[in-house]
Write a protein that binds this ligand. Structure first.
Ligand SMILES: *Cc1c(COP(=O)(O)O)cnc(C)c1O
Length: 410
């Protein structure tokens, strides 16, 4: 008899986005003429830039000729892309990486979801709360979570609350943990850590032989100096941190799929006898067994992101989104909201007015001004009382939504 992995039964339904869709549909059914503006979208909307498209075409054409056709590539990615990544994303930060420390993949979602496989079943994981759900759910599936409690927290997961009380920056865990997921700039709060703030985490991990899983999917949105783009800018991080990057938000690859993960050879974890093992070796083994690489034309397209034209073109797109972020941030502030993020990230995290719950505020925005965002409670218990808007909409819709929100009766 085939039996299921019962850990899957511990997962709540994918309630957040289906519930949002259900409420929009219900509203639309009663108000067929309503012009609803969606600022809840967590996906890019601008097309791939010309430099990327040209390279993509070149890669496809090469696949159609015997002399340039390519079959299976290296599972870890082609050297031409890895070289460009090291040269452009790390060298200017003073970070030296070897070619075999960078692993090209089809997404940071997959990598952040899969990385837990190389750690012990009894690892204690810590996540910030609110959180990108992949970190939690992938550990639930693997059997590390324990049961989901009535307060919305799994009994064996350590939640690092990020609320107004700590300026939405996590405090060190009060109990010992083995793996720490950090995402900065953060989705959903849009917050960042400065170098000295991130150093506290690196020092903690070094002192406790923990590993930091650092999601830097939004580093390209950083505008201010003194915000680290990579955790390896922090002294000692190459001993304790794995970093995830993605072309998804940086260069509009959400539908194209390309990302990479950095696993320095100096990052160690320990077996039950206390012997140190290089996580680079384990991740290489995992990837070469379960993954067959990103397609050649897509890696050619990703490499074009680093050409001078590519860099200028993606910067223009990021500037477009960050102007939206500024419009939202300023609009909300003028309307009297308390807002976070939106300075170094395409996400704006606002405190709901009048102690409304996240969902009450969702309903108010939808019914009174026909604007849709994402209830903070959907990202974790500490997201209750907060609400996320994103800068990925069009300029026109962003401006119209802010006009409407300013007219809202609070
Ligand atoms: C969008 C996003 C990613 C990127 O995922 P891909 O699989 O590379 O598209 C990673 N982490 C966070 C927190 C994100 O919001």
């Amino acid at each position: 008899m085939a039996k299921i992995n019962e850990n899957y039964s511990k997962l709540p339904g994918n309630y957040l986005f289906s519930e949002i869709a259900r409420r929009i549909q219900a509203y639309q059914a009663n108000h067929p003429e309503a012009d609803i503006i969606r600022l809840g979208i967590g996906d890019v909307t601008q097309p791939l830039v010309p430099a990327v498209i040209d390279a993509f075409h070149r890669g496809v054409t090469e696949m159609g000729h015997a002399e340039t056709f390519r079959g299976y590539g290296p599972e870890q990615g082609y050297d031409f892309l890895i070289e460009k990544i090291i040269e452009n994303d790390f060298k200017p930060l003073g970070v030296h990486l070897d070619m075999d420390e960078v692993f090209i993949s089809d997404g940071a979602k997959c990598d952040t979801g899969n990385i837990q496989e190389i750690f012990s079943q009894d690892s204690i994981i810590a996540v910030t709360d609110p959180v990108y759900p992949v970190y939690v759910d992938s550990n639930v599936m693997a059997g590390r979570s324990g049961a989901l409690g009535p307060d919305g927290r799994y009994e064996r997961i350590v939640y690092l609350a990020c609320t107004e009380a700590n300026g939405l920056k996590p405090d060190l865990p009060k109990v010992p943990v083995d793996l720490i997921y950090l995402c900065f700039p953060n989705n959903p709060t849009g917050m960042t850590l400065k170098k000295d703030e991130l150093k506290v985490w690196v020092d903690y991990a070094r002192a406790n032989r923990a590993v930091i899983l650092f999601d830097a999917a939004y580093e390209a949105f950083i505008q201010e100096p003194d915000i680290p783009h990579s955790i390896y800018e922090i002294e000692g991080a190459k001993e304790v941190a794995i970093e995830f990057r993605s072309f998804s938000k940086t260069a509009g690859f959400t539908g194209t799929r390309c990302a990479y993960t950095v696993v320095p050879k100096t990052v160690m974890a320990y077996d039950s006898a206390g012997k140190a093992h290089s996580l680079n070796k384990l991740w290489l083994r995992r990837q070469t067994t379960k993954f067959n690489g990103v397609s050649y034309p897509i890696q050619v397209a990703a490499a074009a992101v680093y050409s001078p034209e590519g860099q200028a073109q993606i910067k223009a797109v990021i500037d477009y989104y960050m102007t939206n972020a500024r419009i939202i941030r300023e609009g909300l502030t003028q309307a009297g909201f308390k807002v976070y993020g939106g300075v170094n990230a395409p996400y704006i995290w606002l405190k709901t007015p009048d102690h409304l719950s996240s969902w009450e505020f969702f309903d108010k925005l939808l019914s009174e001004v026909q604007v849709v965002g994402t209830p903070g409670a959907g990202f974790g218990p500490s997201g209750e009382g907060y609400f996320r808007l994103t800068a990925f909409g069009s300029r026109e819709n962003t401006e119209r939504a802010m006009e409407r929100i300013r007219s809202l009766k609070l």
